[in-house]
Design a protein around this ligand. Structure first.
Ligand code: GAL
Length: 835
């Protein structure tokens, strides 16, 4: 018997459940419930304390044999334990359709109850999942409860805690488009024409149902359409497959992220609309091959990528559109064209932004499979959940043109055994079956084992994490004929910190397991790494080492640098030093401020703009007459340095430095001279440091000046909002949206009367926010600071910090006042909030 589809209820409603949640960690205590909005991270307010998730472990991945105390490993924030959320929601009267909840991720092990009935659960905190709640809802008021629990020693970094990504209630007719079934692929692409394949599944009674598709350009004009009547689209068991030809398609790429809109509509037998769904899509192809390496739209390019953990510094894991836009814009301005969502599933919000701003993505899934990397990690779930997790990753994300590759894992211990190959083939095959258009990779660190067990050979894209000296041998054994630097660098530095004498070091003196260990070193440590970008870890290297391989061999198809931004947890090389609680690997610090290394990558990656950046700062009252090396990060090949007008020499980059086939040695004196200009013997004298750069023809192409700072004179406030056309590196006042979520990022710098940064200022500042918004958070980028992010006071770290201000729901002005009580200074910024 056929059930005839009739649109009895109305149109699809997608309601994001943002406000009016109640939250408690102790639900039996009535007074403990507080009102929160989602996305929410219950642990980010702290307090920081080494007792939270204090891990006494040996990090096997780093080669450790004996367990030692790793206090800041997962961020030293109170994310362990249980958390409870509830709220009401309304189902319209007369509703007799299909109801579901979409969670984009909840940390962790969410159990979802609707009207006191268990509606569903998920295990992995990083994945998106859907729950059919049709049988549990009733017209009128309904109650939704979510309980979460986070196990200790379940993470190698700060995972966050709570409903940290959006939740949506989706109401449709009984006859409706299954949300993840609508799938668009660029099946063919020539100069003049693209062929798009579209798949879709209709749930519920389908007898008499007709379907229409429309593809619209960015201006909203229809490009091509098809309908059951005209084109004979037929549903077979609810499934529909069709294709369109698009002439003169506008292609998606990082440089030109053109998006089309696809609209699918269902009509019942009486011609009434029963459901419609709209998605953004881009036309583009991805291919990897021996002959051409990695190709986007048939054009070979090397991936210039960064790895990103999911936390947003002082906002924690709670996703926020403005914060994500700021990150992606910063990375694009550096010349970066790809991110790796290490080591887990991305948020939909982040992928939407990558689509619209133009950022390629390697979407990752797991940091471990069966074999645990930490005691209570994902291994507990792998056997029962891995296939479901990969399925949701691919189904939730496969329409994002930005995603160019799936990753089934990072440094999975099973690389070392035969089972690893079988699991790799299975998970890769699952990705292919759900999405035949994208290649699959995994990040391999035990390269010899992975090659020996045939794992590297089995992957569409063999990804090597570090292990540069293994590249040359590896490529001989890889039938694919190419490899990807799936993780590179792991250089460590702190913004504005410079250590003397300037020496390249792998920091093994700080690690009790390393051959160079010196117990005194950690006792005398200050928890900071040098901003000269000369420090790395026993397993890693410097950007310069990676680039020699990237630049000299076509078969290296690109890299993903560890990492674009500092993140909470994993404070290597100070894993055994308290109070370090966040990473040093970032190209930008935890506040999102660029370290010097940002300009090193920019000088090499950004081919549209020139870079001339000098370091260190030039205010060293105690270093008069002492050797204070000066580095210039520039895309120009040659430069001359002057101190107070006296030449320190004109030097050139050394292009004859070839890739290193052995582990780079800290003693290798020339190691940095292919990509940096360095004056190593400069003696400090206060005044003016000036560099003049020259192109290949010897033509003077510009200069950069750094001056010794005078007395602290005022606080400078640079405001950035997402609506600003400008880069987050510059100040530009444009209004916030009155949506209760939008954020302004205000960089506060203590400067002299001419605007030169006071580079060692550590003043305690306080913040007051009045008017149409609230204080949200503050961060100074100091990995050893225990000042909470959500209190309106913090010390400057090397002259700077970032205050985050949040718009309310009302239109008006926000006035932020920053005060330095000790110096009697005050500065105001007014930020408009509009509709
Ligand atoms: C890698 C690992 C990353 C991070 C990094 C630090 O081996 O994949 O998650 O731990 O080391 O250098």
């Amino acid at each position: 018997m056929f059930l005839v589809a009739t649109a009895t209820w109305g149109q699809r409603q997608e309601i994001t459940l943002t406000d009016d949640w109640n939250f408690s960690r102790v639900p039996c205590d009535e007074n403990s419930w507080v009102k929160v909005s989602v996305p929410h991270d219950w642990a980010i307010s702290g307090p920081f304390d080494k007792k939270w998730d204090l891990q006494t472990v040996a990090i096997e991945q780093n080669g450790e044999k004996e367990a030692t105390e790793k206090s800041g490993r997962s961020g030293a924030l109170p994310w362990i334990g249980e958390g409870y959320y509830n709220r009401k929601f309304t189902i319209p009267s007369g509703f007799d359709g299909h109801a579901e909840l979409f969670f984009d991720g909840a940390m962790a092990e969410p159990l979802v109850t609707v009207n006191d009935q268990m509606a569903g659960r998920w295990a992995y905190g990083y994945n998106a999942f859907r729950i059919d709640i049709t049988d549990f809802v009733k017209p009128g008021e309904n109650r939704l409860e979510v309980s979460l629990q986070n196990e200790e020693e379940s993470s190698r970094w700060y995972p966050g805690a709570g409903i940290y990504r959006p939740v949506k209630l989706i109401l449709t007719n009984k006859t409706h488009i299954d949300d993840w079934s609508l799938y668009v692929q660029t099946a063919e692409l020539t100069d003049k024409r693209a062929k798009l394949n579209v798949d879709m599944m209709v749930e519920g009674p389908t007898e008499g149902v007709t379907v229409e598709f429309g593809l619209y350009d960015a201006e909203g004009k229809i490009v091509v359409g098809s309908s059951s009547q005209r084109n004979g689209l037929v549903l077979k068991d609810g499934h529909l497959n069709t294709s369109f030809n698009i002439m003169q398609p506008k292609l998606w790429s990082p440089e030109s992220p053109y998006l089309y809109t696809l609209k699918a509509s269902l009509f019942d037998k009486d011609g009434r609309l029963c459901d419609s769904k709209t998605i953004k899509t881009g036309i583009r192809t991805v291919r990897v091959s021996r002959e051409h390496g990695f190709q986007l739209n048939g054009v070979t390019r090397k991936i210039k990528g960064v790895c990103l953990h999911h936390d947003l510094g002082p906002l924690g894991a709670a996703v926020n559109k403005a914060a994500l836009i700021r990150q992606i814009k910063m990375m694009k301005e550096m010349g970066c064209d790809a991110i790796r969502t290490s080591h887990n599933m991305p948020s939909q919000m982040q992928m939407d932004i990558c689509d619209s701003l133009g950022m390629m993505v390697m979407a990752e899934s797991f940091d471990m499979w069966r074999f645990p990397k930490c005691k209570n990690g994902y291994s507990r779930f792998f056997d029962d959940w891995a296939d479901k997790d990969i399925t949701n990753l691919v189904l939730a994300n496969r329409n994002h043109p930005s995603i160019v590759m799936w990753s089934i894992g990072n440094e999975i211990p099973e690389q070392s055994n035969a089972e690893g190959r079988l699991l790799s083939i299975r998970l890769q095959g699952l990705c292919h079956s759900l999405d035949p258009t994208r290649p699959v990779t995994q990040g391999l660190d035990r390269v010899d084992h992975a090659l020996g067990n045939g794992i590297a050979q089995a992957m569409d894209v063999p990804g090597f994490n570090y292990r540069l000296p293994k590249y040359a041998e590896g490529i001989k054994r890889l039938p694919q004929g190419f490899l990807l630097g799936s993780e590179t660098a792991s250089t460590v530095s702190s913004r504005g910190v410079y250590k003397f004498p300037v020496e390249i070091t792998d920091n093994s003196q700080y690690s009790s397991w390393a051959p160079g260990y010196d117990p005194k070193a950690i006792k005398n440590a200050d928890g900071q790494c040098s901003g000269y970008d000369v420090e790395y870890c026993a397993w890693s290297n410097l950007p310069d080492d990676d680039w020699r391989w990237q630049d000299d061999y076509d078969w290296v198809i690109g890299e993903f640098v560890w990492t674009g931004f500092d993140y909470l947890g994993e404070p290597t090389p100070f894993d055994e030093y308290w109070p370090s609680r966040s990473s040093y690997f970032g190209i930008c610090d935890l506040a999102g401020l660029p370290k010097d290394r940002y300009f090193l990558y920019r000088s090499h990656w950004n081919k549209d703009q020139h870079t001339i950046h000098l370091l260190p700062h030039w205010t060293w009252p105690k270093r008069k007459g002492q050797v204070t090396p000066v580095y210039c990060y520039t895309d120009y090949p040659e430069a001359e340095l002057f101190i107070n007008g006296k030449s320190q020499g004109r030097i050139k980059k050394q292009n004859d430095l070839t890739p290193l086939n052995s582990y780079p040695s800290p003693q290798d004196k020339n190691r940095l001279d292919r990509y940096r200009l360095r004056w190593n013997d400069v003696k400090y004298e206060p005044g003016e440091l000036k560099v003049v750069v020259y192109d290949e023809m010897g033509k003077n192409c510009g200069e950069e000046v750094v001056r010794t700072a005078g007395r602290p004179h005022h606080l400078q406030l640079d405001v950035w909002t997402q609506q600003s056309e400008r880069s987050p590196l510059t100040s530009h006042l444009s209004p916030l949206k009155a949506d209760g979520q939008d954020l302004a990022f205000v960089t506060v710098s203590l400067v002299d009367k001419d605007g030169t940064l006071i580079p060692d200022a550590q003043d305690q500042l306080t913040f007051d926010v009045q008017g149409a918004g609230t204080f949200r958070a503050v961060c100074n980028g100091d990995a050893t600071s225990l000042e909470p992010f959500t209190q309106p006071t913090m010390k400057l770290f090397n002259g700077q910090l970032v205050v985050v201000v949040q718009a309310g729901h009302e239109v008006g002005d926000i006035v932020l006042t920053v005060s330095d009580k000790k110096r009697g200074m005050k500065q105001r910024a007014t930020i408009a909030v509009s509709r």
